[in-house]
Design a protein around this ligand. Structure first.
Ligand code: NAD
Length: 303
């Protein structure tokens, strides 16, 4: 079959008991890959493996530490003989404004997203380099990491760090034929249902069975979890062997390439810049067109 573009490949998807991760695992399996399904929720792992069938094996483990990363790679190798694709999707939210965020809120989110991405990618890179046949490491970032987001100190920091790691590992793993990209998804899940502007629209679509309205799919890039899977399958495939070090947005009807942070305006002062010289030139110089910050609020069309 033409669409079985991942036959013979073995993938790990972290946090794949539900939501986007489950959709990634299903889509990779449908494209011919064998998949290690992982989650902290044993019932979710069991249900996902039952649904995917022989192409899946399950590992109940909390991503974050080295032991669980090693356990995932060992499962891929023991059950399916090798590892070709890693998708680091597991995640949690502990949203609070800065002055109310506890050490635990911060550490828990950093542990799952940032440390979990690091430990899993490191274990996968070791195995892929040993195999010597390249590989695909697909990291999951977020618009919050690209722009910052109210109430998401911990999450924005982790997701920005994940995009930075993708750019770093793309350099380090290029010689091994291993591509590393950061996907910036948006989709209706239990996670996005917590966003006040999206909750009623998601509820309405579920109640009526109607697709999301066009403004949501195009302008906000919000659609179903299935809308995100085409990019994951493509990045995992041989056709994407030259795509690396990129942050790629996907959701609803949108596919986007995020820019790499770059110097937008530059000025020079012989001998360096004093505070007074910066104060004098800022508004008409490098500060004349400042960058935005934060994710713009969704704008539903006027009824
Ligand atoms: N939904 C979106 O619009 C959106 C946008 C940007 C980024 N993301 C990212 O996509 C990923 C999936 O999001 P989702 O919306 O499907 O969320 P979700 O909450 O529906 O699913 C996350 C899954 O990860 C599991 N998980 C949590 N901690 C874990 C751990 N330590 N080890 C293993 N599994 C763990 C959960 O049990 C859950 O099944 C996350 O990394 C999220 O930050 C989602």
């Amino acid at each position: 079959m033409d669409d079985m573009i991942l036959t013979g490949k073995v993938a790990i998807v972290t946090g794949s008991g539900r939501g986007l991760g489950l959709a990634y695992a299903e889509a990779l399996a449908a494209a011919g890959a064998k998949v290690v399904v992982n989650d902290v929720d044993p019932a979710a792992v069991e249900a996902a493996v039952a649904e995917i069938g022989d192409a899946a094996t399950g590992v109940v483990a909390a991503v974050g530490d080295t032991a669980s990363a090693d356990q995932l790679v060992a499962a891929a190798v023991e059950r399916f003989g090798r590892l070709d694709i890693l998708v680091t999707n597991a995640g949690i939210l502990r949203d609070k404004v800065l002055w109310k965020m506890s050490d635990d809120d911060f550490d828990d989110v950093i542990r799952v997203h940032l440390r979990g991405t690091f430990t899993c990618a490191r274990a996968a890179a070791v195995r892929m380099r040993e195999q010597g046949e390249g590989g695909r490491i697909i990291l999951i970032s977020s618009p919050a990491g690209q722009r910052g987001n109210f109430g998401q100190t911990n999450y924005a920091a982790a997701k920005a760090g994940i995009a930075a790691m993708a750019r770093t590992w793309a350099l380090e793993l290029a010689r091994g034929g291993i591509t590393v990209n950061a996907v910036v998804p948006v989709a209706a899940t239990e996670m996005t249902r917590t966003i006040p502007a999206f909750a009623p629209v998601i509820d309405e679509a579920e109640r009526t069975g109607q697709p999301f309205p066009a403004w949501l799919r195009r302008d906000e890039g919000l659609g179903t979890v299935e809308d995100v899977t085409g990019l994951i399958v493509h990045l995992a495939s041989d056709a994407a062997k030259d795509i690396t070090g990129q942050a790629i947005g996907i959701g609803g009807d949108r596919l986007a390439l995020w820019s790499h942070p770059t110097e937008k305006a530059v000025a020079f002062a012989d001998g360096g810049w004093s505070a007074a010289a910066i104060a004098e030139s800022w508004a008409s110089g490098v500060g004349s067109d400042p960058e935005t910050y934060g994710i713009p609020a969704p704008k539903p069309p006027a009824a």
